[in-house]
Ligand binder design. Sequence first.
Ligand code: SF4
Ligand code: SF4
Length: 138
Amino acid sequence: MEKALKKLLMISVLADNILTNLPKRMLGTRYKITGKCKKCGQCCREIYLKASRTQITNPLFSKLSVKWIEWLFDFKLKWVDLEDNYFVFECKNLRPDGTCGNYFWRPNICRNYPLVDYFDEPVFLPGCGYGSELRKTG
Ligand code: SF4
Ligand code: SF4
C-alpha cells in the first residue's frame, strides 16, 4: 500500500518535471552538457536541497520537510547547512558500484542533474564527468 502510494506520487512528480522541462527543450538553453557520468556516486552522497532562511529556521517546517523527503525519495538527512540554507541528504538507493538502485523511480533532482538553466553556466560537483559548452548559434 505504502509503495503504491509512493509510486502514485512519483508519477505526478514525473509529470510535473516533463512539463517544467518542455519549454527548455523547445526554446533551447545557452549551454549544453558534454561528457558523461563516471558513476562516482558523489551526487547521490551529498544532495543539496535549497530552502529559504524562513523555512530552514522553522523547526516544524524543517521537521516535516525532512520527513517527507526521506519517505518519498528514500533519502537520509546528513546535515543542515544553516549558512547557505540547504538540507543535505544522502540516498539509500546508491549501490556500492555507484549505480542507482531505483533508476526508473528516481526523483527529479536526479533526473535533472546536471541542471541546465536557460542562461546560466551549469555547475558541477568536483570530479563529475559532465561538463558544459556554449551552444553554437547561427
Ligand atoms: S557526480 Fe557526476 S560523474 Fe559522479 S555519479 Fe554524479 S553525475 Fe555521475
Ligand atoms: S535515486 Fe538514484 S540517482 Fe537519485 S540519488 Fe538515489 S541513487 Fe542517486
